[in-house]
Design a protein around this ligand. Sequence first.
Ligand SMILES: [Fe+2]
Length: 216
Amino acid sequence: MLKKLSFLVAITALVWLNPVSAQNTPYTIIANPGENASSEIRLNWHTNLDDGDPYILFTERVDKNWKKAIRTRADQELCTVFDSIYSKKPNGENFYEDVRFMRNTIALKGLKEGTEYKYRLSSEKNAPGHSYSYKDSEVHYFRTAPKSGKWDMGIISDMHVYAPLPNRQKVAMEMVQQLEKHNKKPFDMMLHVGDMSAWGGSYSFWPTLYADTYFQ
Ligand SMILES: [Fe+2]
């Protein structure tokens, strides 16, 4: 199984104070290996409640003008598990997170092995006067695993990122940089074993981590 793991992670930037409502782009975007990482990738991202239907446009990286791009709809569900959870702001102030968002997921299958792909996410509405899209959104990338041959992976855990102690995230990212330096190139995959967030139920800690350039 491990031989089939693939490449990860592409994320959008966002604003700290109210990550869910303060922006109009998909956020906490992540790519994970599918069951067969040579031919599948699993993507997950969040959008605001009224953003509309989630779509993805993807093609091989070498397809310059996106001529062979495939557009497909992702699954979407309302996520309320983080709503009204006790949390901390960066200044140490207590608050209850007001967080309801849409969770979008899709597994892309039938991909070519050892191939780099690019994708864009969009959100579309049919209601008159409310139509907008993310087609001009950032381009994200992932690579499927090779059928055989060597690949490398960085492993990290227990970052415990926590808003009032931003140094934890900073130090964790520096650790990833150290690992990469040692590896002399970016890893084919990063595996996060657990305890990434000090309080996993505090939603704001997550998009802050995902927005970190180095985490991306
Ligand atoms: Fe821990």
